[in-house]
Design a protein around this ligand. Structure first.
Ligand code: ADP
Ligand code: ZN
Length: 722
């Protein structure tokens, strides 16, 4: 008789499945989740389809156990394969994003209870008497609690069960999962919304793969519209997934969902932990959870029958994960829809240039909502030229912005002041000797966080107290803060408006995602007059009372050498401006800049998004940049600068020569050192139809290998170029 063997892909950093023996009496079919020995430890894995290697069974180790969850769908395995291949991550690391951890897979521990129906045992003991005393007070108990309060061993309670005096019962608390109901709280849609909803619902009914770009200005009702697509998926008996940037998963969003569907969606993000996480994972796999609203990692949940993915704020860089498996959840969502054969909806007020090009080329259905709901107007936008209209030295808020905020306060309305820079000041220097505080491990200035009394590195977390004297020349009181961060803007606003309530929304001032959501909800209800925020505030929040928006420094992103600088600036400014005037109150936005002639800023003032897309698409086409070409970045890093440089050069010379593909670099990365590792970048660029992932894989397989603690990270379709 031949021993039965299977191949198992472990959820660790390996690319191939290993062969294991299946012990007698165990069933293990493809897709099953198993625990296997791996080196000195045990690992989670999934039974893969590949034929087992031709190895001597005597040398094989046996599967330790099978976990009692539904097997992974072959299409999900195909997706894992594809993501691994595309991103050049090990397949096991992608599988790990599906399986998460054994906690998520573990069965709920049942709580055994006992019920007493009033009978008394024939034989009485002092212990039994004590138990019965408690049962007279309360007839149902968790078994262990009954033994505890009675001060008896669990055996006494077991004895009473055997004697037929007590009956076992299951007391496990399982939250009732209420199914969302497609017909619950249907909103009346206006004509444009109805038309859009009809177009995308039709795609859901068709049930095949398609991508729709739901492209509507802020406040046009995109959420209402894609809710109808979700309703359609529910009517078809399918599951649906909504991906949102983590911070956009607010209470407000969940409540809106519940109003529309009569039940909350399953939630999946870093704020959900322990049992709640396991319940969503297992509920999704069993089909009990019908809709999930989640951050990017929800894309890897094992849905039993997924029929729709909505990616809200699809342009948001937060969908890109840049460690371990480097992937863009927006793009991978499209692929999951492609493999699964179901529709995907990308929603945004400022679609990424990629998605816009796909819509223009007819690959995506372009569904437009050009106007705000309920006749609300977009805010008027004014550029404030800081060269002529700026504030006095040492201040950062222009007088016309201050005046507008004052007016809003008088009218009982809110103002939002935006600056995408955490902390108090981005640079601290000694005015006597010119010394600047720099991170010892990174190419970066230390940012002063006055609230915490620390100088901090935003790249590695290094921190030190602010000293009394200059560490270089020992001069006392000589340190000065240069430039503003949100804390400094808050200080200025508090001194300008001492009687108003000023709130700062910055990730390092609010402990955790839950607290941040509470604060956002309070602000939306009017518990602040002036709000200062980083990019967090730009993400999909509704602040009905907001009538003035001020942007402190529009030039931060524009000045960078990043090929996406124009796009990022356009998106973030449009989103921030779009926070104002949602309830129909006339609103005004002010953008402070030193380059008012910049075409991106001009397009925003004119409210002319087409001008932006036209210009940007044209520039990308000419330069062969995405989406008209492909990019892959290779980041070489290591402790030794010379070794990194030498290796990066070697790598460059070993690059394959492929038609319509060119290699740029190596060049020192803009942040040349992070956490003590020196960094060089290479960039591969190819035509659109070229398999750039495949080329890079061959290149790395055949090229020189990094040695001595050096590392090569591959970033396909890079979003960040730092
Ligand atoms: P977007 O996602 O496009 O920014 P939302 O869907 O958040 O827009 O809608 C903006 C505001 O208008 C929300 O407060 C929403 O409740 C309201 N709204 C939009 N469409 C409708 C509708 N058909 N009926 C009632 N309220 C609507
Ligand atoms: Zn650092």
């Amino acid at each position: 008789m031949t021993a039965k063997t299977i191949s198992v892909q472990c959820a660790v950093a390996v690319d191939q499945a290993y062969t294991y023996l299946v012990p007698d009496g165990m069933e293990a079919r493809p897709g099953d989740i198993v625990v296997v020995p791996l080196g000195p430890r045990e690992a989670l894995g999934c039974v893969w389809n590949e034929p087992a290697d031709d190895v001597n069974p005597a040398r094989l180790r046996a599967v330790t156990g099978r976990i009692d969850v539904p097997p992974l769908d072959p299409k999900l395995k195909e997706f894992v394969d594809w993501v691994a291949k595309y991103t050049l991550a090990e397949r096991g690391m992608v599988l790990k994003m599906v399986l998460r951890s054994s906690d998520v897979l573990a069965a709920e521990k049942p709580v055994t209870g006992v019920v007493w129906h009033g009978e008394v045992p024939e034989r009485m003991t002092p212990a039994r008497i004590r138990v019965l005393e408690h049962l007279r007070e309360q007839s149902v108990w968790p078994k262990s609690a009954l033994a505890d309060v009675s001060g008896v061993s669990p055996g006494v309670v077991d004895g009473l069960i055997e004697a037929g005096v007590l009956e076992r019962t299951d007391l496990t608390l399982r939250p009732v999962i209420k199914a969302p109901d497609a017909g619950h709280g249907v909103n009346d849609l206006n004509d444009a919304q109805s038309e859009a909803a009809e177009l995308i619902s039709e795609k859901v009914r068709a049930g095949d793969f398609s991508v729709s770009l739901l492209d509507g200005v802020t406040g046009s009702g995109k959420t209402e519209v894609y809710f109808e697509a979700i309703a359609e998926a529910l009517r078809e008996g399918r599951q649906a997934l909504v991906l949102l940037p983590e911070i956009a998963l607010t209470q407000d969003f969940l409540e809106r969902f519940a109003r529309r569907f009569g039940a909350a969606p399953g939630e999946w993000h870093s704020g959900v932990s322990g049992r709640a996480r396991a319940r969503v994972w297992q509920g999704v796999a069993s089909g009990d959870v019908r809709v999930v609203a989640g951050a990017r990692s929800a894309l890897f949940l094992p849905f039993a029958d997924l029929g729709l993915i909505v990616v809200d704020e699809e342009h948001d860089p937060a969908f890109k994960q840049d460690d371990r498996v480097i992937y863009n959840a927006r793009d991978m969502a499209v692929k999951r829809g492609h493999i699964g054969g179901f529709p995907v909806i990308l929603s945004s007020a400022t679609p990424s240039v990629e998605s816009r090009a796909n819509a223009d080329a007819g690959r995506y259905l372009h569904v437009k909502l050009p106007e705000r709901f309920g006749g609300a107007a977009m805010p008027g936008v004014k550029l404030l030229d800081m060269r002529s209209d700026g504030p006095e030295r040492g201040q950062f808020i222009a007088p016309s912005l201050t005046a507008a905020i004052a007016k809003a306060c008088e009218a009982g309305q809110q103002s939002l002041v935006f600056l995408n820079r955490r902390g108090y000041a981005p640079l601290t220097l000694c005015r006597r000797c010119g010394f600047r505080f720099e991170c010892p491990q990174c190419t970066a200035w230390l940012v002063e966080h006055r609230f915490r009394r620390k100088l901090m590195c935003h790249h590695c977390g290094h921190e030190r107290p602010v000293p009394e004297t200059c560490p270089n020349c020992q001069a006392p009181d000589s340190l000065v803060a240069c430039g503003p961060g949100v804390e400094r803007i808050a200080e200025e606003l508090v001194s300008l408006f001492p009687d108003q309530r000023v709130a700062v929304l910055s990730s390092d001032l609010v402990p955790g995602i839950r607290a941040m959501r509470t604060l956002l909800a309070e602000i939306a209800q009017g518990h602040a007059d002036i709000v200062i925020g980083t990019q967090l505030v730009a993400k999909g929040h509704n602040f009905p009372l907001m009538s003035v928006v001020g942007v402190i420094d529009a030039d931060v992103a524009l000045q960078s050498a990043d090929p996406r600088a124009a796009e990022r600036t356009f998106q973030i400014l449009s989103q921030v401006v779009g926070r104002a005037g949602r309830d129909g109150t006339p609103a005004q936005a002010f953008i402070q800049t030193y380059v008012p002639e910049n075409p991106v800023l001009k397009a925003i003032v004119a409210g002319d998004r087409e001008a932006f897309y036209e210009r940007e698409l044209d520039a990308r086409r000419k330069a062969g940049m995405p989406p008209f070409g492909r990019l892959a970045a290779l980041i070489v890093s290591g402790k030794d600068r010379n070794a990194v440089q030498a290796y990066a050069k070697q790598l460059r010379y070993s690059a394959p020569r492929v038609a319509e593909t060119e290699i740029l670099g190596p060049a020192e990365a803009p942040i040349a050192m992070i956490r003590g590792r020196y960094r060089m970048r290479l960039l591969a660029r190819s035509a659109r139809h070229v398999d750039l992932s495949g080329i890079v894989r061959n290149w790395l397989e055949n090229g020189p290998k990094p040695t001595g603690g050096m590392r090569v990270q591959v970033d396909i379709d890079p979003v960040s170029f730092l």
